[in-house]
Design a protein around this ligand. Sequence first.
Ligand SMILES: Cc1cc2nc3c(=O)[nH]c(=O)nc-3n(C[C@H](O)[C@H](O)[C@H](O)COP(=O)(O)OP(=O)(O)OC[C@H]3O[C@@H](n4cnc5c(N)ncnc54)[C@H](O)[C@@H]3O)c2cc1C
Length: 399
Amino acid sequence: MTALREVAVVGAGAAGLHAVEALRRAGYDGRLTLIGAETEPPYDRPPLSKHLLGGQWQPDRLALRAPQALRELDLDLRLGVRAERLDRQGRAVRLADGHRVRCEAVILATGVRPRRLPGAEAPLAGAHVLRTLADALALRDELRPGVRLLVVGGGLLGAEAAATAVGLGAEVTWLVSTAAPLAAVLGTETAALLAGLHREHGVRIRQGVARAVTERHGRATGVRLADGSHVAADAVLMAIGSEPATEWLADSGVPLDDGVACDAYCAAGPGVWAAGDAASWPDPRTGRRRRLEQRTNATEQALHAARNLLAGPDSARQPYDPVPYLWTDQYGLRVQAYGSPGDADRFEVVDGSLTERRFAAACARDGLLRGAVGIACARALRDLRAQLAAHGPWPPGAQ
Ligand SMILES: Cc1cc2nc3c(=O)[nH]c(=O)nc-3n(C[C@H](O)[C@H](O)[C@H](O)COP(=O)(O)OP(=O)(O)OC[C@H]3O[C@@H](n4cnc5c(N)ncnc54)[C@H](O)[C@@H]3O)c2cc1C
């Protein structure tokens, strides 16, 4: 067990919370500071684009822990304050309120921040992003029957927001830059199924590249496209990806490469660890650096970073080799995906069928299982997950 007495975790989202819990669970009883820029105690983001935006949930259901459970962690909890600088030599984190938090080790879990379009880089009425509780409440306020919502961005966030908004009676246009939105994440077959669902429910899918949000009298009026055309809207959601929230580390000496550039053990230098959306690491499956924006990864990587932090000598550390997992809820269906279904060129349904909208499929390339995707076929998907974890060939038993 480590002799550390002062540990700080920066970022009080899912990864930050799981990191502090894992440290305490493993017996670390020194000072533990959790620093978060948002004023809310750790809350869950996936419901923001689903139950919260849809009005089925109120904000209090998002809390990841009850106040008593947080108190039992015996944290020095600093909420509503941003970390401004990491001083590795001085072993401290400097906060925006002027305080310095001493730490012999630090876990960086600051997540990502959404990209914005030109014309709406600064806050503009009617132009939205969706990352925080405040973002979701602001967007929810706009979603009345008949309101024209333009969702820009063909990823999961845009897809979920479009589905929720059309369910509230909004007239939704989903602007995507490729012919097959979501194919890169879920594979072409599942992406086509979801696109069909969107159309069935009245979402207008339009292909084009957004250049800028347009504005009149201080309010967004739509989006100008690269081909010069204009899509008018009462509200615009910019769901065009995000960037790791690591700018505060620029002069810290911490390696940055698509987020905090960790080694295989979630370490980014002596005493520095990272987890969650902000962390990249060399994926042993591909040898390439990888960063995941997935809720399960935030938990798993945080546990891993915390365990390795406490492990002490290098030999006791474990490399991080997860089977990535994500889910998305759209139109009452839950799509689940393991690994990287979008990297495959072979799609084989092993249970159910696409037409039933209940299936599990293996996604393979070059004789290797790369991913698994499905709807309402949990057991078959779990079997595929086990094969993914074992780096299994496809078809099974093939050399
Ligand atoms: C709307 C939405 C829906 C999603 N749906 C799904 C889903 O269905 N399935 C799925 O797998 N994933 C989903 N995700 C992704 C998932 O929520 C994230 O992967 C997860 O929240 C990442 O956790 P994190 O702790 O790494 O980052 P975050 O949750 O972003 O937490 C980071 C925290 O650090 C704070 N911070 C940033 N900079 C500083 C600083 N300098 N000082 C102090 N604090 C700082 C931030 O304010 C934030 O509170 C969704 C995300 C969103 C936004």
